[in-house]
Design a protein around this ligand. Structure first.
Ligand code: FES
Ligand SMILES: [Fe+2]
Length: 365
């Protein structure tokens, strides 16, 4: 017998009861990544996000503040805003009986309901916590006051607070993709956290990032967490070149390196010389996960008439599609009666970190 730590068990990836407990212990208690904050730039602009079955509405107020609420009407409980995003016209109006709410959640109109029947002051939308870090919008469904967002981000083993030096707040969305994967959300995170699979699954990626061939993700002798692109290239692209300018403020070594991190429980952040890639992982069911990827560039680059991010986006989506494929294989395998648990090798150490935190959170109840 070896010394390898065990993976999570088969039921952790398949059991609806486990999924239900994850909502209360993790998904509804941690800061959850939603989207870039400038997706809703104007007063009354809103978006919705489905967090494991809870629809959450985020809207920008007339005072420019972002607020988040359960997307549920206080009259008879209808879903309030339908769709992914929109622009409210003076109020948020329920499609069922037209109760209207101000952008701050206050109930301001109840058509055909007589005076005194209900007390509008008691019927504001139910709020949830919202905050922004470096232009990234998070919500938190904890009924108690959660620890500050930045503190929570600082707890991650990839130390994403170090990315604050890259001025990610000034970037803007140049492309966005949506994918659905038939795999548990934890399988998606575990796959991201190791590169033992890189040489078999990502032939194109290891050409551009030779270190990944070894299964290691951290370059020896480097303390900044970066991994070099081949031949001093700047492109996170199939040929390692990029037509886009390197993002401002990068040092020489940063201008040809890639950095990555997991922000527990549902975000990946990948930083290449010309692009920042933010991924939101949305658990839909024990066996289905939606993945939204935002490609961020410098606004000056996006404003150029010939701006074309397709080399970066196509390459990243190719690598991602290879990852989604193997995640689906794993989902099938761990669902088997033959699977009780697997084993984590030394090069799976970030998977072990994730599993340890997950177990501790689930044990906390
Ligand atoms: S349920 Fe929204 S107005 Fe009736
Ligand atoms: Fe991968």
């Amino acid at each position: 017998m070896g010394t390898a730590q065990h993976t999570l068990s088969g039921t952790d990836y398949t059991d609806p009861n486990v999924f239900a407990r994850e909502r209360d212990t993790i998904l509804y208690r941690e800061w959850f990544y939603v989207a870039r904050a400038d997706t809703i730039a104007n007063a009354g602009q809103w978006l919705t996000v489905d967090i494991a079955g809870e629809s959450i509405l985020v809207i920008r107020g007339r005072d420019d503040r972002l607020r988040a609420f359960y997307n549920v009407c206080r009259h008879r409980g209808s879903l309030l805003c339908e769709g992914e995003s929109g622009q409210a016209k003076s109020t948020i109006r329920c499609n069922y009986h037209a109760w209207c709410y101000d952008y701050d959640g206050a109930l301001v109109a109840t058509p055909k309901v007589e005076e005194g029947e209900v007390d509008p002051s008691q019927l504001a939308l139910s709020p949830v916590h919202v905050d922004v870090w470096e232009g990234f919008l998070f919500v938190n469904l904890d009924r108690n006051k959660p620890r500050p967002l930045r503190d929570a981000i600082g707890e991650n083993y990839d130390e994403p607070l170090a990315f604050e030096r890259f001025n990610l707040g000034e970037l803007a969305i140049g492309a966005r993709t949506v994918n659905e994967v038939d795999a548990n959300w934890k399988i998606v995170i575990e796959n991201y956290n190791e590169c033992l699979h890189c040489s078999t699954v990502h032939p194109e990626l290891v050409e551009v990032m030779p270190l990944y061939r070894t299964g290691w993700v951290a370059e020896e002798g480097r303390t900044d967490g970066g991994t070099s692109l081949a031949d001093g290239g700047t492109g996170y692209t199939q040929d390692g070149r990029s037509r886009l300018a390197v993002l401002p403020g990068r040092t020489d070594i940063e201008a040809h390196s890639v950095y990555g991190g997991t922000l527990y429980p549902n975000m990946f952040l990948d930083l290449a010389p010309t692009v920042a890639i933010a991924t939101s992982i949305l658990p839909i069911s024990p066996t289905k996960t939606k993945i939204i990827t935002e490609y961020l560039f410098h606004p000056d680059e996006i404003a150029k008439p010939d701006f074309d991010p397709s080399d970066v986006v196509n390459f990243s989506e190719l690598v991602a599609s290879q990852d989604y494929m193997v995640c689906q294989w794993v989902q099938r395998g761990v669902s088997s009666r033959a699977f009780t648990h697997g084993y984590l090798a030394e090069k799976d150490k970030y998977v072990a970190e994730f599993n340890n935190r997950y177990r501790a959170d689930m044990a906390r109840g």
